[in-house]
Design a protein around this ligand. Structure first.
Ligand code: DQA
Length: 149
Protein backbone atom coordinates (compact mmCIF):
# COMPACT_ATOMS: atom_id res chain seq x y z
CA UNK A 1 0.00 0.00 0.00
CA UNK A 2 1.64 3.23 -1.20
CA UNK A 3 0.73 6.49 0.51
CA UNK A 4 1.58 10.08 -0.33
CA UNK A 5 2.24 12.15 2.80
CA UNK A 6 1.95 15.69 1.55
CA UNK A 7 2.82 18.79 3.54
CA UNK A 8 2.12 22.38 2.65
CA UNK A 9 3.55 25.82 3.41
CA UNK A 10 5.89 26.36 6.35
CA UNK A 11 5.89 22.76 7.55
CA UNK A 12 9.56 22.62 6.49
CA UNK A 13 10.16 25.02 9.41
CA UNK A 14 8.98 22.58 12.06
CA UNK A 15 11.24 22.79 15.10
CA UNK A 16 11.95 26.49 14.72
CA UNK A 17 8.43 27.65 13.87
CA UNK A 18 6.28 28.41 16.95
CA UNK A 19 7.60 25.34 18.82
CA UNK A 20 5.06 25.88 21.61
CA UNK A 21 2.35 25.04 19.05
CA UNK A 22 4.04 22.71 16.57
CA UNK A 23 6.70 21.06 18.75
CA UNK A 24 10.49 21.09 18.84
CA UNK A 25 11.14 18.33 16.33
CA UNK A 26 12.24 19.17 12.81
CA UNK A 27 10.39 18.17 9.65
CA UNK A 28 13.12 15.55 9.06
CA UNK A 29 12.52 14.05 12.51
CA UNK A 30 8.79 13.89 11.83
CA UNK A 31 9.60 12.22 8.50
CA UNK A 32 11.69 9.55 10.21
CA UNK A 33 8.82 8.78 12.60
CA UNK A 34 6.35 8.54 9.71
CA UNK A 35 8.71 6.13 7.88
CA UNK A 36 8.88 3.95 11.00
CA UNK A 37 5.12 3.86 11.49
CA UNK A 38 4.56 3.12 7.83
CA UNK A 39 6.97 0.19 8.01
CA UNK A 40 5.15 -1.25 11.04
CA UNK A 41 1.86 -0.94 9.16
CA UNK A 42 3.26 -2.53 6.02
CA UNK A 43 2.94 0.67 4.02
CA UNK A 44 5.31 2.57 1.75
CA UNK A 45 5.28 6.35 2.11
CA UNK A 46 6.47 9.13 -0.13
CA UNK A 47 6.84 12.20 2.10
CA UNK A 48 6.84 15.58 0.38
CA UNK A 49 6.62 19.23 1.32
CA UNK A 50 6.14 22.37 -0.72
CA UNK A 51 5.45 26.00 0.03
CA UNK A 52 3.68 26.38 -3.32
CA UNK A 53 0.02 25.64 -3.92
CA UNK A 54 0.58 24.52 -7.53
CA UNK A 55 3.21 21.96 -6.47
CA UNK A 56 0.71 20.44 -4.05
CA UNK A 57 -1.95 20.30 -6.78
CA UNK A 58 0.57 18.62 -9.12
CA UNK A 59 1.55 16.09 -6.44
CA UNK A 60 -2.10 15.14 -5.82
CA UNK A 61 -2.78 14.82 -9.55
CA UNK A 62 0.28 12.58 -9.99
CA UNK A 63 -0.70 10.48 -6.98
CA UNK A 64 -3.73 9.17 -8.86
CA UNK A 65 -1.35 7.00 -10.90
CA UNK A 66 0.32 5.31 -7.93
CA UNK A 67 -1.10 6.11 -4.46
CA UNK A 68 -3.79 4.21 -2.53
CA UNK A 69 -4.24 7.12 -0.16
CA UNK A 70 -3.01 10.56 0.81
CA UNK A 71 -2.23 12.06 4.20
CA UNK A 72 -2.45 15.80 3.71
CA UNK A 73 -1.35 18.59 6.01
CA UNK A 74 -2.08 21.56 3.77
CA UNK A 75 -0.95 24.10 6.39
CA UNK A 76 -2.62 27.49 5.94
CA UNK A 77 -3.89 26.48 2.48
CA UNK A 78 -6.41 24.34 4.38
CA UNK A 79 -8.28 27.53 5.11
CA UNK A 80 -8.05 29.19 1.71
CA UNK A 81 -7.38 26.88 -1.23
CA UNK A 82 -10.19 26.07 -3.65
CA UNK A 83 -7.61 24.56 -6.01
CA UNK A 84 -6.70 21.94 -3.41
CA UNK A 85 -10.35 21.27 -2.71
CA UNK A 86 -11.03 20.72 -6.40
CA UNK A 87 -8.05 18.44 -7.03
CA UNK A 88 -8.95 16.25 -4.04
CA UNK A 89 -12.49 15.93 -5.40
CA UNK A 90 -11.10 15.18 -8.88
CA UNK A 91 -8.70 12.34 -8.07
CA UNK A 92 -10.99 10.07 -6.03
CA UNK A 93 -8.12 8.89 -3.81
CA UNK A 94 -8.99 8.77 -0.09
CA UNK A 95 -7.42 11.83 1.53
CA UNK A 96 -7.06 12.22 5.30
CA UNK A 97 -6.66 15.83 6.40
CA UNK A 98 -4.23 16.17 9.28
CA UNK A 99 -3.08 18.97 11.55
CA UNK A 100 -0.48 18.94 14.27
CA UNK A 101 -2.35 21.55 16.30
CA UNK A 102 -6.01 21.56 17.30
CA UNK A 103 -7.25 24.02 14.70
CA UNK A 104 -10.56 24.42 16.58
CA UNK A 105 -8.82 25.70 19.69
CA UNK A 106 -7.01 28.51 17.85
CA UNK A 107 -7.87 31.60 15.78
CA UNK A 108 -11.30 31.84 14.15
CA UNK A 109 -9.94 31.56 10.59
CA UNK A 110 -8.45 28.13 11.37
CA UNK A 111 -11.85 26.68 12.30
CA UNK A 112 -12.89 26.69 8.64
CA UNK A 113 -11.39 24.09 6.34
CA UNK A 114 -12.06 24.40 2.62
CA UNK A 115 -10.83 20.83 2.05
CA UNK A 116 -12.65 18.91 4.82
CA UNK A 117 -15.84 18.26 2.80
CA UNK A 118 -13.87 16.36 0.14
CA UNK A 119 -11.58 14.47 2.55
CA UNK A 120 -12.63 11.17 4.12
CA UNK A 121 -11.89 12.62 7.56
CA UNK A 122 -9.85 15.04 9.60
CA UNK A 123 -7.38 14.42 12.43
CA UNK A 124 -6.35 17.52 14.34
CA UNK A 125 -4.50 18.26 17.54
CA UNK A 126 -2.36 15.19 18.24
CA UNK A 127 1.02 16.52 17.14
CA UNK A 128 3.06 13.90 15.26
CA UNK A 129 0.52 11.29 16.29
CA UNK A 130 -1.99 12.91 13.88
CA UNK A 131 0.04 11.41 11.02
CA UNK A 132 0.20 7.98 12.68
CA UNK A 133 -3.56 7.96 13.21
CA UNK A 134 -4.10 8.97 9.58
CA UNK A 135 -1.91 6.11 8.32
CA UNK A 136 -3.78 3.68 10.56
CA UNK A 137 -7.12 4.92 9.20
CA UNK A 138 -6.01 4.48 5.58
CA UNK A 139 -4.69 1.00 6.30
CA UNK A 140 -7.92 -0.08 8.01
CA UNK A 141 -9.96 1.28 5.12
CA UNK A 142 -7.72 -0.47 2.59
CA UNK A 143 -7.98 -3.78 4.40
CA UNK A 144 -11.75 -3.46 4.74
CA UNK A 145 -12.04 -2.78 1.02
CA UNK A 146 -9.98 -5.91 0.29
CA UNK A 147 -12.21 -7.99 2.57
CA UNK A 148 -15.40 -6.73 0.93
CA UNK A 149 -14.21 -7.47 -2.62
C1 DQA B 1 -1.48 23.30 10.65
C2 DQA B 1 -2.59 24.26 11.11
C3 DQA B 1 -2.77 25.38 10.11
O1 DQA B 1 -3.80 26.26 10.55
C4 DQA B 1 -1.49 26.18 9.97
O2 DQA B 1 -1.63 27.20 9.01
C5 DQA B 1 -0.32 25.30 9.66
C6 DQA B 1 -0.18 24.04 10.37
C7 DQA B 1 -1.19 22.23 11.70
O3 DQA B 1 -0.54 21.24 11.35
O4 DQA B 1 -1.55 22.38 12.88
O5 DQA B 1 0.55 25.68 8.89
O6 DQA B 1 -1.92 22.65 9.47
Amino acid sequence: MKILVLNGPNLNLLGEREPEIYGKDSFEELGRKIEGWAKELGMVVDIRQSNHEGDLVDAIQEARTWASGIVLNAGALTHSSYALRDVIAAVKIPVVEVHLSNVFAREEFRKRSIISPVCIGQISGFGHLSYHLALQALRELGLRRLTVV
